[in-house]
Write a new protein. Structure first.
Length: 153
C-alpha cells in the first residue's frame, strides 16, 4: 500500500501478536487491503493529524480506527479524546479493541465518544470472529457523514 491510497482501517495496536491476529482476521474477510498499522498512541495521532513521519500523507481519513486502550507513549483514551475534540475528526468512527473489560475503561471510553467497545477474546477463533464482525460492520455496512466519506476516498 502506498501513501496515496485511501485507508479503510487504522489499526492502533502495540502488541505485535494481537496486531497480526487482527490483520489475519480482517484479511480472511478481504478487509485488510487498505489497512495501516501503527504501534502506539503517539504514532496514531501523527497519522490521523498528518504530523511528523506522516506529514506528507496525502490520503484521507480512515473509515474506522481500531484502537487499543493500554499503549505506550499515549494511551487509547487520550487518542480517542483528541480525535473526538477536533472538528475534522470527531465524526471518525473509533472502536476500542482491547483486552480490558474493566467498567471504568468502558465508561471512560464512552464518555469520550467511542463508537463501540470490543473486548478481545482470549482464543484465536473467537478473536478472529469478533474482529471480522467489527471490521465488516464499520467498513462495509456503516454509513459515514459526507465529510468523512470524501476524506476516506
Amino acid at each position: 500500500m502506498t501513501d496515496d491510497e485511501p485507508i479503510d482501517i487504522l489499526l492502533v495496536e502495540d502488541n505485535e501478536t494481537d496486531a497480526e491476529m487482527t490483520i489475519r482476521a480482517l484479511r480472511r474477510k478481504n478487509l485488510a487491503d487498505k489497512l495501516a498499522w501503527v504501534k502506539d498512541g503517539a504514532e496514531a495521532l501523527d497519522f490521523i493529524f498528518r504530523r511528523g513521519a506522516y506529514e506528507s500523507r496525502s490520503n484521507g481519513s480512515p473509515r474506522v480506527v481500531l484502537l487499543d486502550l493500554k499503549m505506550p507513549k499515549v494511551d487509547g483514551i487520550e487518542v480517542l479524546r483528541q480525535i473526538k475534540e477536533h472538528d475534522d475528526t470527531k465524526a471518525m468512527p473509533v472502536v476500542m479493541l482491547t483486552s480490558s473489560a474493566e467498567e471504568r475503561d468502558i465508561a471512560a471510553s464512552y464518555a469520550f465518544g467511542v463508537n463501540s467497545y470490543v473486548v478481545k477474546p482470549v482464543d484465536f477463533s473467537s478473536f478472529a470472529s469478533e474482529v471480522a464482525k467489527a471490521g465488516s460492520y464499520w467498513v462495509l455496512v456503516n454509513r459515514l457523514p459526507a465529510q468523512i466519506e470524501h476524506q476516506s476516498q
